[in-house]
Design a protein around this ligand. Structure first.
Ligand code: DGT
Ligand code: CA
Ligand code: ZN
Length: 576
């Protein structure tokens, strides 16, 4: 029976093929919406189906319910089979090429009668695209660049996908008889922004029941290996997962080993050797012989080495072992330290909730200050606001603040476009009237390095700008490379001007990533962790941003969102 992901993929495929076919956008939107809703649905659609309640799924009306019904009962869909005969399925993969949209795809396919990515590349290289209607030499080069960028993609899994999937798997494994504990390990536990595969560690005396449950998880397409202590699977979408099973008395050494990183582990093993011990996945043994030392917890592992426990986010061999030895580990920031959310969107631009609803949702999560950073006019696709409308928004903020009283403080703000020519989308005199200003790049991200760096520098040095939103423009879901920016120059300028650089907590961005955030802190730049929430659910993504900050060694004082309301307002006042 098809699971939600497979149903969602089917609807996305339909939407993509319909778009290439030339169907009006409004028709494809219903499929895209349904696909999104299926992905974020808390229960399997098949359960709704069994209850005869498919239409209770958000975005699913009668027509879509019939299609889901057909897919669940037969595993196929007549409508899609017919569509594939009109529009070859291979063409859908062309949509992943940056710079290539449905209209151009249709034109190329119909004129040259080609359908695969390989044929597309060959045609572009042979200069056969430039003469097609609506194209030119420039679009041909853009397609070649897009194909090259596609080839450079990592094949790694974004944390925002891996993390919920791992939680699901862990939930199932915890329900297996005899399981004492189940935890993420590997890069997943270290919270890297992308992971190669999912590593999960289970404590149980007997591994066979765990292995059985693991290889029979929903959506598994292949079992890559299955042994006494380890099993490895691949899901239909190519994601791989690995489970390690150890008895509870060895859980500490096993978890430490499986968490890595490899380089961190190399360091620990050397430390052990210096003490005449050999450290393995199972235990410490004395090199000279003698009793094995078992560790049920990680704390015991580190203690045996004479170290305090090192948080997983730091285990990258970036100085953490030396810091631990000297008792100088940072007091890492935690989710509960965050008091403000300084990038959120409401229905004034492309957010799903009104300001009042959003403010209440944030307050419910312990947030004390929220800034509404609705898009500026230039970002038309995201419902950018005309400058005049800010008067009305300010009036609404006054009104809802009365209603909210001291539940949460609402700040009037904007996410102002840094335009292609390097100027900001609103004039300085207007920006100066707002409580706080976020400036971001969304368009013309492929400008040459010098030009786009200068664009960002202009914003960094503008005294009306307080935060630079998602500074590099990289995206993880779907994958998009960062703009070619001299970030070292930008961070140095930020240290000088006092502007804060964002760690955008939304798992589709996680920008700045840990490396740049750590460099920022080194240079004395302030950081700001914001959810960029467009819906209530987005407010719960904060922990991803905090994890990136922890990987960057950040302490509460480095992040303006941990400050008291007074300190934050004083800072804003001083900036003018
Ligand atoms: P990934 O999956 O590429 O994002 O990165 P990791 O760190 O999850 O690495 P992975 O999945 O290859 O291995 C999982 C853990 O297993 C790793 O974090 C540490 C441990 N490990 C793997 N290979 C070695 C090794 O050769 N030596 C040691 N000491 N540990 C290893
Ligand atoms: Ca891994
Ligand atoms: Zn933005």
């Amino acid at each position: 029976m098809m699971n939600n992901r497979q149903l969602a993929d089917t609807f996305t495929l339909i939407a993509n093929l319909l778009e290439i076919k030339g169907e009006i956008i409004y028709k494809t939107l219903a499929y895209r919406k349904a696909s999104e809703n299926l992905m974020s649905l808390g229960r399997e659609a098949s359960e709704y189906w069994k209850e005869g309640k498919l239409e209770e799924i958000p975005g699913v009306g009668k027509a879509l319910a019939e299609k889901i019904d057909e897919l669940l009962s037969t595993g196929k869909l007549g409508f899609l089979e017919k569509l594939k005969k009109e529009v070859p399925e291979d063409l859908a993969s062309w949509l992943q090429v940056p710079g290539l949209g449905p209209k151009k795809i249709a034109a190329i396919w119909k004129t040259l009668n080609i359908t695969t990515l390989a044929q597309l590349e060959k045609a572009a290289k042979a200069g056969k695209l430039r003469d097609l209607p609506g194209m030119g030499k420039k679009s041909e080069t853009a397609i070649l660049d897009g194909l090259a960028s596609l080839a450079r993609r990592s094949g790694r899994i974004p944390l925002g996908r891996a993390y919920p999937l791992a939680q699901e798997i862990i939930g199932v494994l915890k329900g297996v008889k005899g399981v004492v504990a189940a935890e993420p390990a590997g890069s997943l536990r270290r919270m890297r922004s992308t992971v190669g595969d999912l590593d999960i560690l289970v404590a149980a005396k007997d591994s066979s029941a765990v292995m059985e449950a693991f290889v029979n998880l929903k959506g598994v397409s292949r079992v890559l290996g299955k042994g006494e202590t380890k099993a490895s699977i691949e899901f239909t979408d190519g994601v791989r997962a690995q489970v390690w099973v150890h008895p509870p008395e060895k859980f500490g050494t096993a978890l430490q080993y499986a968490t890595g990183s490899k380089d961190h582990n190399v360091q620990l093993r050397q430390l052990a050797l210096d003490k005449g011990l050999s450290l393995s996945e199972h235990s410490f043994t004395r090199v000279k012989g003698g009793k094995e030392i078992f560790c049920a917890t990680e704390e015991e592992v580190y203690k045996t080495l004479g170290l305090p426990w090192i948080p997983p986010e730091l285990r990258e061999d970036r100085g953490e072992v030396e810091a631990a030895k000297a008792n100088k580990l940072p007091k890492l920031i935690q989710v509960q330290d965050i008091k403000s959310n300084l990038q959120t969107h409401s229905t004034w631009s492309d957010g799903k909730l009104s300001m009042l609803e959003m403010a209440r949702a944030a307050a419910k999560r312990g947030i004390e200050v929220i800034a509404f950073t609705d898009h500026s006019a230039g970002l038309g696709v995201a419902g950018g606001m005309k400058m005049e409308d800010h008067k009305k928004q300010a009036a609404e903020i006054k009104k809802i603040q009365k209603e909210l009283r001291d539940e949460i403080l609402v700040l009037h703000s904007t996410e102002v476009e840094i335009k292609a020519d390097g100027t900001l989308d609103y004039p300085d005199e207007f920006l100066a009237t707002l409580d706080i200003v976020v400036a971001s790049l969304h368009t013309s991200l492929r400008q040459p390095r010098e030009k786009i760096t200068q664009r960002l520098l202009n914003a960094v040095r503008n005294p009306n700008v307080d935060i630079i939103g998602h500074p590099t423009g990289r995206e993880l879901m779907p994958e998009r490379e960062a703009a070619d920016i001299d970030m070292e120059a930008v961070l140095r300028a930020a240290a000088e001007s006092g502007v804060a650089m964002e760690i955008n907590a939304h798992p589709s961005r996680l920008d700045l990533d840990d490396g740049l955030a750590r460099r920022a802190r080194e240079l004395g730049v302030l950081l700001s962790i914001n959810t960029d929430a467009h819906s209530e659910g987005d407010l719960d993504m904060l922990h991803y941003g905090v994890a990136i900050a922890r990987r960057a060694w950040l302490e509460p004082k480095d992040v303006i969102n941990t400050w008291s309301t007074k300190k934050l307002l004083d800072w804003l006042k001083k900036r003018g």
